[in-house]
Design a protein around this ligand. Structure first.
Ligand code: FES
Length: 73
């Protein structure tokens, strides 16, 4: 299961709380409030999905699924 930005050790549960508290609705907006996602970017589709759905635990996405969630907004 995928539950965090591995590079920065940030769990999606924590990122979700920070997003809600600050009204961050995109990956880049959320990066203003917490350090994550500046390295490999593999967390990007999962964080985007978290922001859209509120889910914080994910099955590993197949490349086509990840590509779909990598798009901004
Ligand atoms: S897992 Fe988030 S930047 Fe690498």
């Amino acid at each position: 299961m995928v539950t965090r930005c591995v590079c920065f050790g940030q769990r999606f549960t924590a990122l979700k709380k920070i997003a809600r508290k600050n009204g961050a609705r995109t990956f880049e907006e959320l990066q203003r409030y917490v350090e994550f996602g500046h390295n490999c970017q593999r967390c990007r589709p999962y964080v985007n999905k978290m922001l859209a759905t509120g889910e914080t635990v994910f099955e590993v996405m197949k490349p086509d699924q990840a590509a779909e969630w990598e798009k901004p907004g």
